[in-house]
Design a protein around this ligand. Structure first.
Ligand code: GDP
Ligand code: MG
Length: 166
């Protein structure tokens, strides 16, 4: 199995930390994939049973930029081409208007969207379920996975779940 995965989320939610944890020293590919030149390949995770190519989706968090509409179109098309989307948020921060706009844009697409709730090490364990429930009430994600990219909690489970979508 192999597939493309886009990681999106506001600055500082932990996207790079997650990628570094998953890919670690195995980062090999620095060039763009030929057929998806607008997507920057950030890393490739290879294991016995699967290969996951993580890509960046530029522009998606700048809707107020003057190129906003164009960038959003590019981002939307990119997101249709991937096999799964990881939408990452910070467990200890409420989501903002930009996040909501992106979530709504992603709803109803065929590409499965995972809500990755990162930095769970910063909140009390009892809060995790309440956060998950509040997202579930409002939105329809393929999966909701709480993790700590920094400490590694639940990252293996996220990868295993992701694999089942490839
Ligand atoms: P990005 O902008 O989304 O790529 O975010 P980074 O990966 O650069 O992380 C931003 C900051 O959050 C850094 O200081 C990270 O060490 C920190 N961070 C990332 N993941 C976690 C986490 O799971 N727990 C905690 N406590 N901090 C984290
Ligand atoms: Mg980063």
């Amino acid at each position: 199995k192999s597939g493309f995965i886009s990681i999106i989320g506001r600055p500082n939610v932990g996207k790079s930390t997650f990628l570094n944890r998953v890919i670690g020293q195995k980062i090999a590919i620095m060039s763009d994939k030929p057929q998806t030149t607008r997507n920057k390949v950030q890393g490739v995770f290879t294991q016995d049973t699967s290969q996951m190519i993580f890509i960046d989706t530029p522009g998606i968090h700048k809707p107020k930029h003057k190129l906003g509409d164009f960038m959003m179109k590019v981002a939307k098309n990119t997101l249709k081409e991937v096999d799964a989307i990881l939408f990452m948020v910070n467990a200890s921060e409420p989501i903002g208007a930009g996040d909501k706009m992106i979530i709504e844009m992603l709803q109803g697409n065929e590409t499965p969207v995972f809500l990755v709730i990162n930095k769970i090490d910063e909140i009390h364990p009892d809060e995790i379920l309440a956060i998950i429930d509040s997202y579930k009430e409002q939105y329809d994600f393929a999966e909701i996975v709480p993790i700590s990219a920094l400490q590694g909690n639940n990252v293996e489970r996220l990868l295993a779940t992701l694999e089942s979508y490839l």
